[in-house]
Write a protein that binds this ligand. Structure first.
Ligand code: GUN
Length: 297
C-alpha cells in the first residue's frame, strides 16, 4: 500500500472538540445553548444506532437535545404537527428527521416542512437552491465533511480535476457544487455516462457515491489521486456476520491513490461532526451572531 490514509475519525474528533469549546464560550458569553431536535419514526435498528450516536455526540458538545421517538405507525399529519412545533420552538436551532421514513410517510413533504433556517441536514429545497447559486446555505453534512477532509489534506483545491461518481441529489450534486465553489474542474459521472473508468482515471480528486460495495477498483484511479469514499455498504462475510465496506475497493485503490479515506473511519464520522457544526451555525444565525469560522463551506 502506498496511499496516505485520510483519518476522518480523528479529524471529526478534533472538530467536535472545537465545537464543544465554541458552545461553551457561547453559553458563557450569551447564556444561549444550541439545541438539536432529533426525530425518529419507527424502530429500524440502523436508524436507532445513528440517532443514538448523533444524540450522544450533541450532548458531549454541550448542546441541548430534544429527542422525539415516534411509533412506526405515526400518521403523516402528526409528524408534520411535531415539525411545526419544533419550527416554532426558540430553544431548537436544528431539526433532523432520520431517513428513511416508513413507507406510508411522504418523505419529501416531511423534509420540506422543516424550516430552512433549522434544516441542519441541508436537505430543504431553499438550501439546495442557495448552494446551487453560490450563496450561504446549510450544506448537507456528508459532502461538507468530504470537502473539509479534502481541504485539510490538499490545501487549495483550485484547478484540480474532480470527478464525482454518483447521482444522488442529497450527496453527489452538493459535493460537485462545493468542489466547483473551490474552483475545481468538476465532472459528474452517472449511470448514463460512457467510459466511466476513463473519466475517473483523469481525476485528481475522485469521490465515490454509488452504493455499490467495492465497485471502484485500483485500475479506475489515476496514480497519486485523492480518493474519497462516501460508500457505506454492509456485506455478508464468510463464517457469518456482516462487515462495513465502501464503494471503493480499498486494497487495490490504496496501491495506486496518493491518499484515500477508509470505511469505516473516513467520511462517516465527519457527517455527524458537520451536523453539529451546522447546528452551532444555525444557533448563531438565529441569534444574529457571527458563526465561528472553519465550520461551514
Ligand atoms: N439517514 C442516513 N443518513 C442520514 C442523514 O445524513 N440525515 C438524515 N436525516 N437521515 C439519514
Amino acid at each position: 500500500m502506498t496511499a496516505t490514509i485520510i483519518e476522518g475519525k480523528a479529524f471529526a474528533a478534533d472538530m467536535r472538540a472545537t465545537i464543544a469549546t465554541r458552545v461553551s464560550a457561547l453559553k458563557e458569553d450569551t447564556g444561549i445553548t444550541p439545541g438539536l431536535a432529533l426525530v425518529l419514526v419507527g424502530r429500524d435498528p440502523a436508524s436507532q444506532t445513528h440517532i443514538r450516536t448523533k444524540g450522544k455526540q450533541a450532548l458531549e458538545c454541550g448542546m441541548a437535545l430534544f429527542h422525539h421517538d415516534l411509533d412506526a405507525e405515526t400518521r403523516q399529519s402528526d409528524v408534520l404537527a411535531l415539525i411545526q412545533k419544533l419550527n416554532a420552538e426558540p430553544a431548537v436551532h436544528g431539526i433532523l428527521v432520520q431517513l428513511p421514513l416508513p413507507d406510508h410517510l411522504d418523505e419529501e413533504m416531511v423534509v420540506q416542512s422543516i424550516s430552512p433556517e433549522k434544516d441542519v441536514d441541508g436537505f430543504h429545497i431553499s438550501n439546495a437552491g442557495l448552494l446551487a447559486t453560490g450563496q450561504a446555505a446549510m450544506v448537507p453534512c456528508t459532502p461538507l465533511g468530504c470537502l473539509m477532509l479534502l481541504r485539510h489534506h490538499l490545501g487549495n483545491l483550485s484547478g484540480l480535476n474532480a470527478v464525482v461518481v454518483g447521482e444522488t441529489s442529497l450527496a453527489s450534486t452538493p459535493m460537485a457544487q462545493l468542489l466547483m465553489r473551490d474552483s475545481c474542474t468538476v465532472t459528474i459521472a452517472h449511470s448514463g455516462s460512457q467510459n466511466i473508468q476513463e473519466l475517473c482515471r483523469r481525476a485528481d480528486i475522485l469521490v465515490a457515491d454509488i452504493d455499490r460495495p467495492k465497485r471502484v477498483t485500483g485500475d479506475w484511479i489515476k496514480p497519486g489521486a485523492t480518493v474519497i469514499d462516501m460508500g457505506n455498504n454492509r456485506i455478508e462475510i464468510d463464517g457469518g456476520g456482516t462487515r462495513l465496506v465502501g464503494d471503493v475497493d480499498f486494497e487495490t485503490a490504496a496501491g495506486v491513490a496518493g491518499a484515500i479515506t477508509p470505511v469505516p473511519g473516513g467520511v462517516g464520522p465527519m457527517t455527524i461532526a458537520c451536523l453539529l457544526a451546522n447546528t452551532l451555525t444555525a444557533c448563531c444565525h438565529a441569534n444574529a451572531l457571527v458563526a465561528p469560522e472553519g465550520l461551514t463551506a
